[in-house]
Design a protein around this ligand. Structure first.
Ligand SMILES: Nc1ncnc2c1ncn2[C@@H]1O[C@H](COP(=O)(O)OP(=O)(O)OP(=O)(O)O)[C@@H](O)[C@H]1O
Length: 323
């Protein structure tokens, strides 16, 4: 059995004729935080539901902490999950809620109480453990949901959009907890989100899905470098040189030149087609563009290559997958 905390091999799921997930293969180690990204309908929730055994795969296998997917009851013992829209019993206190879930996992009364108090502390709810959940804010509910997902001391924790709808302070708190889960507990976290800055901030790895397929996987740096790599650039020249610059750029192959709204001195250069997806080919075309403008004696005020952030990578890859 593999040493990875979480491993999937050719995992697929269809709903009738619709393929929600096709051939998902990846692995993550203990203590890693994997960002699961993708536009609506990409297959993120399906992935989480498969890996937490709420859904059966149409084909493929996976393992969690060495437990194979053929043993779903045992998998449930080693995973924890915060679903996308978790509901809570409003009349219970946070402490009662966690104790109840501890008991469901077979903890003794004493252990369930001790574990619940420790978890309330871990998610910053120690002061509010005796208040009814009805009085909790959205951020407090999310943190309680994360505490619940940790009740069985899982090897892998799945969090579906944990920062959705939280204010910046609430987001910070949740991301701090996510980091602690990985660093202090040594657990693996799978974080499904649309919030790219969250991923850049806490994730060690990223998996980008679109239409049920993997578009890219690797560290944040790798994904950003390969996908977003210099695909567009902003060129600033004196306003009276703009037509000359445009004329010079028409000779550069694979390049689209557009004006930018509200900035008469700025042109956006992008690659019309890519002979291959190698980042160097994009750099070569943009370098040729810059050279052409300089050879036409147009003074270049600035030349900024875009695409060094994960959000650019995400947009460029998901846009390409729509074609
Ligand atoms: N129960 C179902 N029956 C039929 N089709 C489904 C079902 N659940 C999901 N799908 C389809 O499977 C695909 C993947 O959906 P999924 O919910 O996994 O995407 P997602 O990435 O989580 O999207 P979102 O970001 O909107 O939550 C979509 O095309 C969706 O319409």
């Amino acid at each position: 059995m593999s040493a990875a905390a979480l491993e999937a091999v050719e995992l697929a799921r269809s709903y009738g004729a619709r393929t929600a997930l096709a051939g998902l293969t990846f692995s993550v180690d203990s203590g890693e935080i994997l960002g699961l990204l993708g536009p609506n309908g990409a297959g993120k929730t399906t992935t989480i539901r498969l890996l937490t055994t709420m859904l059966r795969p149409s084909s493929g296998t996976f393992s969690v902490a060495g437990v194979p997917s053929t043993r779903p009851v045992d998998i449930r013992r080693v995973v924890g999950a915060l679903p996308e829209s978790a509901g809570y019993p409003e009349h219970m206190t946070g402490l009662e809620y966690l104790r109840y879930h501890g008991r469901l996992f077979g903890l003794s009364r004493g252990d369930a109480s001790r574990t619940s108090e420790r978890l309330l502390n871990e998610v910053g709810l120690a002061e509010r453990g005796l208040s009814r959940i009805a009085t909790y804010s959205r951020g407090m509910r999310q943190r309680l949901g994360i505490a619940r997902a940790l009740v069985n001391n899982p090897a892998v924790v799945f969090l579906d959009e944990p920062t959705l709808g939280l204010d910046p302070a609430g987001q910070r708190q949740v991301l701090g907890i996510v980091r602690d889960i990985a660093q202090r507990r040594g657990a693996t976290v799978v974080l499904s989100t649309h919030t790219l800055p969250d991923v850049e901030e806490v994730c060690t790895k990223v998996l980008i899905l679109a239409r049920g397929r993997v578009l890219s996987a690797g560290t944040v740096d790798e994904v950003t470098r390969v996908a977003a790599a210099p695909g567009t650039a902003l060129l600033r020249v004196p306003t009276d040189g703009i037509h000359r610059a445009m004329g010079a750029l028409t000779a550069v192959p694979h390049l689209t030149v557009e004006a930018t709204e509200g900035h008469p001195d700025v042109l956006r250069l992008s690659l019309r087609e890519r002979p291959d997806d190698h980042p160097d080919s994009a750099s070569t075309a943009l370098n040729a563009a810059l050279r052409a403008v300089l050879l036409a004696d147009v003074p270049v005020r600035s030349f900024e290559i875009e695409g060094s952030r994960l959000s650019d990578a995400f947009l460029s890859m998901t846009r390409r997958s729509e074609r």
